[in-house]
Write a protein that binds this ligand. Structure first.
Ligand code: F6R
Length: 367
């Protein structure tokens, strides 16, 4: 049942070229430069005149939501708020019938997310569900939606469901941007073309980087703490990398926007602290290079996710994990993959049950 892999988590990480492909299939047509998403068409009028989009989720799905905020605001010029479902449901939020809510949930059964949506629906908001489990409670409550086609996810820590969520969120953002004419045809085509290449690129990362990442994992498996830093589109990936490490290895890890490190976390840096930089080539690259130099100046150990051919960061970092270069908007879908593997190999090296981390449940149906 694990298809020859030692754990479901590893199997599911390696399934991602296929699951991302499945989530794009029949929806993304790079040649015809067209996106088909009937769920988006169904609420098109609402989306076109939406005051704002509110994204509601928990955990890893919340990280997908945070990235969606960056992408939707950039491409669609719609104001986006990202909410932890547990906070949103209790703080009497201001919701009107001009609000569109995107609910993100692998299981479709997370109690806080479900109740937050029920409340918002009563106040007239339109609910769009981005859910993996077909027919689940959140899917049924939604006015419209799109399924992620990741297949059943057995590993308690989410991997392939996360990348499927990102794939579909990109499609939603691109489709709305095209409908609203907030991006030009050239950028639209470029992003579509890069998105279409992602399954192959993820395949390449898994093939080419697996052994190197395993070696990096062994090197740092005894660390007490980790810091994960990223800027812009890669900031949500820093958060997700840190969460994955906590869950799987029980090592304390924190994710931060790279520039925030000066406002506190830099006090933690010494020769025992590994700092993971999500540092693929983008418009913030020079800035993140100087953040890396600041860590190195304090003797921190730098592990960096870099774009192929980035000799600058490769020269500064203690260890690198390399991903193909794509447009910066799409890059997070690649940069998360090495971080999944890093957590996996550290957890396995520490002798832990990576498929069923202690105290965690696959779907949190109680609050
Ligand atoms: C992390 C993880 C959890 C879930 C969260 C939301 O690896 O699995 O943080 O992402 O419990 O679950 P869903 O997406 O089912 O609503």
């Amino acid at each position: 049942e694990k298809g020859g892999y030692d754990h479901f988590m590893l199997k599911e990480i390696f399934e991602q070229p296929q699951t991302i492909f499945d989530s794009l299939r029949g929806r993304l047509d790079a040649e015809q430069q067209h996106i088909t998403l009937s769920g988006v068409d169904k609420i098109k009028d609402k989306l076109m005149e939406a005051n704002r989009i509110i994204i509601v989720a928990c955990g890893t799905s919340w990280h997908a939501g945070l990235l969606a905020e960056y992408v939707i605001e950039e491409l669609c010029r719609i104001n986006v708020e990202v909410e932890y479902a547990s906070e949103f449901r209790y703080r009497n939020p201001i919701i009107t019938d001009k609000d569109v809510i995107i609910a993100i949930s692998q299981s479709g059964e997370t109690a806080d997310t479900l109740v937050a949506l029920e409340n918002a629906k009563k106040q007239g908001a339109t609910i769009f569900g981005l859910v993996n489990v077909v027919g689940s409670s959140i899917a049924r409550l939604s006015d419209a939606g799109a399924y992620t086609h990741a297949g059943p996810e057995i590993g308690v820590a989410s991997t392939k469901a996360f990348t499927a969520q990102l794939a579909v969120l990109y499609l939603i953002a691109l489709k709305v941007a095209r409908d609203k004419q907030t991006i030009d045809q050239t950028l639209f085509n470029k992003l579509l073309a890069d998105l279409a290449k992602v399954p192959q690129f993820v395949h390449d990362i898994l093939e080419e980087q697996d052994a190197a990442i395993k070696a990096v994992a062994l090197k740092y498996a005894d660390a007490r703490d980790f810091l994960y830093l990223g800027r812009g589109f890669n900031f949500p990936i820093a958060l997700e990398g840190a969460l994955k490490l906590k869950e799987i290895s029980y090592i304390h890890a924190e994710g931060y926007p790279a520039a925030e490190m000066k406002h506190g976390p830099i006090a933690l840096v010494d020769e025992n602290l590994p700092v993971v930089f999500v540092a693929t080539k983008d418009s913030y690259h020079e800035k993140i290079v100087s953040n890396i130099q600041e860590i190195k100046a304090r003797k921190g150990k730098v592990i960096a996710v870099i774009s192929q051919g980035d000799n600058i960061v490769a020269g500064l970092a203690d260890d690198v994990m390399v991903v193909p270069q794509v447009h910066e908007v799409i890059a997070p879908l690649l940069s998360v993959v090495p971080l999944q593997l890093l957590s996996y190999y550290i957890g396995v090296h520490r002798g832990l049950d990576v498929d069923k981390p202690r105290n965690l449940a696959k779907s949190v149906t109680v609050e």
